[in-house]
Design a protein around this ligand. Structure first.
Ligand code: APR
Length: 305
């Protein structure tokens, strides 16, 4: 199931578990820790007192009390000390420990703040990448709906370099149009003429030896979608779903265009979403979670979900 980036106050999220960016004492603090304790009420601190703290990179679970969430998973991210003291590994461990604890308690929906990116000083773009890559890797193997909650939109960043690269792509003429026929006549368009969208999709899945579950997870889609597609040879997806599936199959630009065309869509340079996806495909980056983090940065809808 999907990873969704949302702007929200995590204390309002109606999910099975929200994750708290706590400190090792688990006795409360500022930032999201303070907000969660204020919203949950004093019983939360009462239960936290019985846990006797939590090591950095680990996680412990309590009730949600007055919060709409059933549980609070308290985890402790690393304090940023320049990046050479194991911070990335400890931050990834905080996400993984929280996800494993959520799984153990049969949570189907979980919301994370951007751990360590506030008081603990972890650079926000690096904290985001660890979050997206760690949660994404978990979701390639498990079914859970995970929200990454961005509280302060103004400080959300995917990093200067990537941001500038995408902005230049959006402003520029774009990738060479692969439809321009090579010297000696137009290339034969790949794919089978007359195939429907679902026939081309299912053929591509088979050629890659993917299971339906693997394909949906890589597309940031619910697993049930492919059984729907399998049962309807004339299935017509949304453009976002078609693009998500092209990314999941790691189709080069030309075959991405072909798959979209069979669903009745075209990649358009006028669409910032299309141009950003094209940017990643042209560079061979098919990590749909990283693509979505960039789409979120440019105020675009997300793929899949
Ligand atoms: N909902 C969602 N996210 C929030 C909220 C909220 N209500 N409030 C703050 N955040 C975001 C911040 O914008 C930041 O991106 O949570 C992220 C983590 O920031 P901090 O809460 O400062 O947590 P962290 O950087 O991990 O530092 C932990 O701060 O609050 C103390 O007791 C805590 O000592 C611990 C330290």
């Amino acid at each position: 199931m999907p990873l969704l980036l949302v702007q929200n106050d995590i204390t309002t999220m109606q999910v099975d578990a929200i994750v708290n960016a706590a400190n090792e004492s688990l006795l409360g603090g500022g930032g999201v820790d303070g907000a969660i304790h204020r919203a949950a009420g004093p019983e939360l601190l009462g239960e936290c007192r019985t846990l006797h703290g939590c090591k950095t990179g680990q996680a412990k679970l309590t009730g949600g009390y007055r919060l709409p969430a059933k549980f609070v998973i308290h985890t402790v991210g690393p304090i940023w000390r320049g990046g050479t003291h194991g911070e990335p590994e400890l931050l990834a461990s905080a996400y993984r420990s929280s996800l494993e604890l959520a799984l153990a308690h049969r949570c189907e929906t979980v919301a994370f703040p951007l751990i360590s990116s506030g008081v603990y000083g972890y650079p926000k773009d690096r904290a985001l990448k660890v979050a997206v890559d760690t949660i994404g890797a978990f979701l390639l193997a498990h079914d859970m709906l995970v929200y990454l909650v961005i509280f302060d939109r103004a400080t959300y960043t995917i990093g200067e370099e990537l941001s500038a690269g995408i902005a230049a792509h959006l402003a520029g003429p774009g990738e060479p149009d692969l439809r321009t026929p090579a010297p000696g006549g137009p290339d034969k368009a790949p794919g089978q003429p007359g195939e429907s969208f679902s026939q081309m999709l299912l053929r591509q899945i088979g050629q890659r030896g993917l299971t339906d579950a693997q394909c949906c997870r890589r597309a940031n889609l619910d697993r049930g979608l492919l059984s729907q597609i399998r049962s309807d040879v004339h299935y017509r997806p949304s453009k976002s779903t078609a693009l998500a599936l092209a990314v999941a199959l790691e189709l080069p630009l030309e075959e991405t265009r072909e798959l979209l065309q069979k669903a009745g869509f075209a990649l358009s340079r006028a669409s910032r979403l299309d141009a950003i996806v094209e940017y990643f495909i042209a560079r061979g980056n098919y990590n749909i979670f990283e693509i979505n983090a960039a789409l979120f940065a440019f105020d675009q809808g997300l793929l899949g979900g």
